[in-house]
Design a protein around this ligand. Structure first.
Ligand code: THU
Length: 146
């Protein structure tokens, strides 16, 4: 398994813990840290729908809570509709706009562009992007002197 495939596999494992009973769309995110370790997150919905958290946001907040916000190097994001409790489908998903901004916080604090792998819940296909392409001309910590 290549390194992107291993990160995608970690995101897929995380998606199995998605709390997504309202959308029935499970998302998993996996962060490759600079030391090679992996931090994951899954979407966490709420009965008050607008309070729901995306998988990427959960993963980045987890890395930050570990004191490692500046150590994020790569991100894998996968998602698919839940069918009998299992995420399905091979169409790649890309981070929503809010999550791109959240990922940018880690990128600028760490002073590195992030590689973002996007895949579906199943299959071998994936896309490789740079966060700077997904969120060009970003506002971030650097604008506030950090
Ligand atoms: N979702 C994510 O977790 N990440 C994204 O980048 C896009 C959307 C979640 C939010 C919601 O729980 C479900 O997918 C359907 O929108």
């Amino acid at each position: 398994m290549t390194e992107p495939e291993a990160l995608i596999a970690a995101a897929r494992a995380a998606a199995r813990n998605a709390h997504a009973p309202y959308s029935r769309f499970a998302v998993g995110a996996a962060l490759r840290m600079t030391d090679g370790s992996i931090v994951t997150g899954a979407n966490f919905e709420n009965a008050s729908y607008g309070l729901s958290l995306c998988a990427e946001t959960v993963a980045i907040a987890t890395a930050s809570a570990q004191g490692r916000l500046g150590e994020v190097a790569e991100v894998a994001v996968i998602g698919g509709m839940l069918v009998e409790g299992v995420p399905t489908g091979d169409a790649p998903i890309r981070p929503c706009g809010r999550c791109r901004q959240v990922l940018n916080e880690a990128a600028q604090i760490g002073r590195r562009d992030l590689t973002v792998y996007c895949a579906g819940a199943e299959g071998d296909a994936f896309e490789e992007h740079r966060l700077s392409e997904l969120l060009p001309h970003a506002f971030g910590p650097a604008d506030l002197g950090l």
